[in-house]
Each structure stands twice: as structure tokens, then as C-alpha cells.
Design a protein around this ligand. Sequence first.
Ligand code: ADP
Ligand code: ASP
Ligand code: MG
Length: 421
Amino acid sequence: MKFGGTSMAGTERIRRVARIVQRQQAAGHEVAVVVSAMSGETDRLVNFCREADPLYDPAEYDVVVAAGEQVTSGLLAMHLQALGSKARSWLGWQLPIHTDDAHAKARIESIDSDALLASMAAGEIAVIPGFQGLTGDNRITTLGRGGSDTSAVAVAAAIKADRCDIYTDVDGVYTTDPRIVAKARKLKSVTYEEMLELASVGSKVLQTRSVGLAMKEGVRVQVLSSFIDDDAPAADTIPGTMIVSDEELAKFQEGLDMERQLITGIAADKNEAKVTLTRVPDRPGAVAAIFSPLAAANINVDMIIQNIAKDKGETDVTFTVPGADLARTQALLEGQKEAIGYYRMISDGKVAKISVVGVGMKSHAGVASTMFRSLADRGINIQAISTSEIKVSVLIDEDETELAVRVLHTAYGLDAKDEAA
Ligand code: ADP
Ligand code: ASP
Ligand code: MG
């Protein structure tokens, strides 16, 4: 069981979490619980680091930001004890959860679970702070923002759990962010592949890495709400959304998902920036000269467009990078102006990437053209396009994000029936 930041924000909520955990134990399960810091707490700790030194030491950053989860793990253990259960916390270094030494974005390598399993078998509920791990040199690490999801999946894999229930502030995975589109519909199931794409293009309901890990390790993941009454349907009845393999999909397609559409979900990401280099020489090696320095600086390029060569043997190249890397990108490419031989660099941080995702796309034509037509009908201009086997993404003006998501949600027949206007 994993509980996110909103679910752990304050005494009343942690008490409710303790009751949910106790109910699972009463239903006959041995339980390990992974918790996040209280919502807002990690941001607060990150700010202290920035104030201390804008170029802070990432190893010390990890010491600071891992603290939020230490607090909630101890508190949940206390609440469980107060309700009469046996419980104890297991900090990342106590298990330990071994990671590499990429501070602030560490990867889990292995988890020692023997002591944990013995304690659980003896009836003790294990409470594990998410987000944190330990390097080979015994330094504390953290797994990147939203990383408690990954901690939960990794623990579930290590102890061979029957299921990894991710409790959050919405009752499942929706066709799009339900906080933005009121007509979003809850999905009964999503495939690993679809969830991986949705998470990576902006649906922050699960950290992307946690989905990749679940897929690799075959962990059964359910997303469900912690904001429930004591008499709510038990987690074992799968009230939330199951993340399933392609093969399992059919089994979950009953009920709600009889209406499963070609498109499973829509996501928006406002954290990208667009860069255009004009009049780049149209010759072998020109594009490599642009992207090699970016790759060397670890800057992730997402969408790329190279326009049709003009008669002069020149071409415009447009691409996107994470907004946070825009300044570094500009500096790098200005330094390479001569070498690349471009004329002007134009950049725009006010863009949004809108993506439609669905495994149905593999076997159906026309998904992209529906997207382009629907956006055109509303006068929304497309600035760049990229596709994968199960995804189409377009870049648009950031101000049109909500409109675009709503229009596409309707166009692909995803709107919830009961709330349809
Ligand atoms: P937690 O603190 O529990 O980890 P997060 O804030 O990380 O919770 O993730 C839950 C949030 O994800 C929801 O409140 C919702 O606004 C957002 N979200 C974005 N896309 C979706 C989606 N497709 N389905 C459900 N929630 C989504
Ligand atoms: N507390 C961490 C964060 O806010 C990890 C998490 O909540 O998943 O990013
Ligand atoms: Mg989260």
C-alpha cells in the first residue's frame, strides 16, 4: 500500500490512512506501507536548499529532502500502534534500499527484504518512507520528485507482493486529469504501455519510472483513493484502476470498459520549450552538429522538425527541450553558432504538448487526422508533431491547453455520459 502526500497531510488524514491499512490486515493480508511526505513538505525542504546555495551539493540536498518521509513514516507507525496494531518504521538505510549514487534522481538497484519479511510474518505492519535510498558509500539518496511511487513498486517487487495499491487523492486513472476536465471518465484498466506513455507525457498520477519498473517486474498495480469512508468497497474488489498487461486487458474490459475507446487517455505538459534555428546549412552532419552538444550536456530533446530545404540549400530546424533546460540550451547553441552555421535562434517557452495515447492506435488508422481536424476546427495552430506506436503528440500555444484537451476529449468520445452537456 502506498499513500501520497495529500493522503498523509496532517493528523486526521494519517489516522484515516491507519484505518485503511488496518482493514487490509484484518482482511487477512500481511501489509507493507510506503508513505510520502505531507503535501507541500518536499517543496518547502527544496526551498531551504536553494536558499542555502543555488548550486547546492546534491548529496546534502538528499539528506534534507528525504526528511519529509521520515516524519510521516514514524507518525503512521504511531497511529497504527494507537489503534492497537503492531507496526514499525523501516527507514531507507535500515532495510536498506540500495541505489546508485545519482543524487536527487537515484535508481534503485536492490532491496534487502529478509528482515522486513520476517517482521511482517510476525504480524507487524511495515511502514517504509518512500523516495529515499542508500548508496554503496552509505549516503542517503532520493529518487526524483514523485519517487515514492517507484519506492512502492520496488518494495512490492522485492517482497513479491500480490498487489501494489497506490492510494492517492483521485479514485483512479482517468481519461485525462479530472481536475482540469470535469467530464473525464475513470478507467477500469490501463495497460502498462499506455500508462508509461501517459505518465511520460504529463499525467503525473504515477511517476514514469514506477510504471516502467512495474512493467519490467510484473507488479500488479492499482490506483485508488484514500479519501474514503470506513464502509467503502475493499481494495480487493478493485474499486480503482488496474494497470494491466496487454494479455490481461480483455479480463478487465467488462463493465465500464465495454465502452473502451480507440484513445485511452489525453495528457498535457506545459513544461516544454521550443527552439528554432533558421537557415541551417542543408548538408550531412548539420543536424548532428546541433544535437551532439545538447546530448553531451544531458539535455533531453523531444520533438524535432526539419523543414523542407529551401532552394538555397538551407533549412529551418525546430525542436523542444524541457523548459528548465532552455537557458542552458540557448547558451550551448549560441556557442556553436559558427560551427553549426545557422542564421537566427528563436525560442518560445509558452508552448504546451498535448498527447493522445491508446493501444487501439496500433490497429486503427485516422487517429492523428482526427486530432489535427478537431484542433483546426477550433483555430488551434499546431507547431510540431511527434508520434509513437501508441501516441500522437502536438505542440500548441500554452494558452490553448485546456481548450485543446477538452476538444480532443469530446472528439474521441471520452466524455462521461452522466455529465455530458
Ligand atoms: P500523490 O500525492 O498521491 O502522489 P499526485 O498529486 O502525485 O498524488 O497525483 C495525483 C494527481 O494526478 C491527481 O490529483 C490529478 O490531478 C493528477 N492527474 C493527472 N492526470 C491524471 C489522470 N489521467 N488520472 C488521474 N489523475 C491525474
Ligand atoms: N515527497 C516526494 C515529492 O514530493 C516524493 C513523493 O511524494 O512521491 O516529490
Ligand atoms: Mg505522486
